[in-house]
Design a protein around this ligand. Structure first.
Ligand SMILES: NC(=O)c1ccc[n+]([C@@H]2O[C@H](COP(=O)([O-])OP(=O)(O)OC[C@H]3O[C@@H](n4cnc5c(N)ncnc54)[C@H](OP(=O)(O)O)[C@@H]3O)[C@@H](O)[C@H]2O)c1
Length: 301
């Protein structure tokens, strides 16, 4: 064979090797067996699936949400799937005392905490009205809604992480935070989501840097998600013109949760799923005319 062929073969093998190295994250599902995990927002959607996947991996879980009847069902199913232990705390994460009760219960039941997965999303005013009300902020500057939304979806995230930090420092644990590309770029008609997600992204990115600087072995993983085909997303999209097409692009819940659990276990800083959420998150790096076009036209609801 000629030198050119050998050379090309070498380059190809090198590229494949580099690709494998790049993708290798050292994930060992066995590392989760027996781990103690608190997950919020587990009565439906990704939190419920998260409870089942951690259960299959043999973790000890403590789950929260407001609907106690649903939590009892999720706990029972998690035990049948292989959880070493499964407990619940019924509570409203918008209330400081319920956040405190959640972390205190984890301490009492497990004596240690390896993972805090903050996933809940809600509003005391109900989510469906807000999610389907595509109005710009100037048309409906609803401060009561915003204050409640920020409290439940951002302040409680900070509160839970702060309460859990002493336990996580003892166990060299992991904080996993569900977020979306709405924490990276403006999403018109969803400014409340921008307030919350930019806040979550800012706080947890800063916390990660501070923990690193202080030599604490506690990782912070942000899940930067695109649209996910939960039941709530499905019912919202089905009411929209063209919603069925958008639903076809939504990521399957089990795959998203798999990626997030893996990212948490391997201490990945940011998990992008589906991969287009990485592109969307970087739109602001484009020339402004392109950024404006994409945000105001291509991505507008
Ligand atoms: N679905 C998507 O397309 C998507 C995209 C990007 C990011 N995300 C993020 O991913 C996470 C999970 O989303 P999801 O779609 O799976 O949510 P979901 O199906 O709407 O479930 C939300 C969960 O949060 C709980 N919850 C709501 N308000 C609460 C409160 N005040 N206190 C305690 N628990 C409360 C709900 O239970 P109760 O009602 O029983 O309390 C439920 O278990 C969220 O952080 C969301 O922002 C979702």
């Amino acid at each position: 064979m000629s030198r050119v062929v050998w050379g090309s073969l070498g380059v190809l093998l090198g590229a494949v090797g580099l690709g494998v190295y790049w993708r290798y994250d050292g994930y060992d599902p066995e590392s989760i067996r027996g781990a103690t995990v608190v997950i919020t927002g587990c009565s439906s959607g990704m939190g419920e699936e998260m409870a089942y996947q951690y259960a299959r991996l043999g973790a000890k879980i403590l789950i929260t949400a407001r609907r106690e009847n649903r939590l009892k069902e999720v706990v029972a199913k998690a035990m049948s799937l292989g959880a070493q232990e499964a407990h619940y705390v019924a509570g409203d994460m918008g209330k400081a005392e319920d956040c405190e009760r959640t972390i205190q219960t984890a301490k009492e039941k497990f004596g240690r905490l390896d993972y805090l997965v903050i996933n809940h999303a809600g509003s005391s005013f109900g989510m469906s009205d807000w999610a389907e009300d595509f109005r710009f902020w100037e048309e409906n500057p609803d401060m009561d809604f915003l204050v409640d939304f920020v409290n439940i979806n951002m302040i409680s995230y900070v509160r839970l992480a702060s309460l859990a930090l002493p336990l996580l420092k003892e166990s060299s644990g992991h904080i996993v935070v569900m977020s979306s590309y709405a924490g990276k770029i403006p999403t018109m008609a969803y400014s409340a989501a921008n307030v919350v997600q930019f806040g979550v992204d800012g706080f947890f990115s800063c916390l990660r840097a501070e923990l690193q600087k202080a030599d604490r072995n506690v990782s912070v993983t942000l899940a930067i998600l695109g649209m996910v085909a939960t039941k709530a997303t499905e019912s919202m999209l089905k009411k929209l013109p063209g919603g069925e097409d958008m639903l076809a692009m939504a990521a399957p819940v089990d795959k998203v949760v798999q990626a997030v659990i893996r990212g948490g276990a391997t201490r990945t800083r940011e998990v992008y799923y589906p991969s287009y959420s990485w592109f969307l998150s970087n739109i602001r790096r484009l020339p402004t005319f392109l950024e404006d076009y994409l945000i105001q036209h291509a991505l507008a609801m």
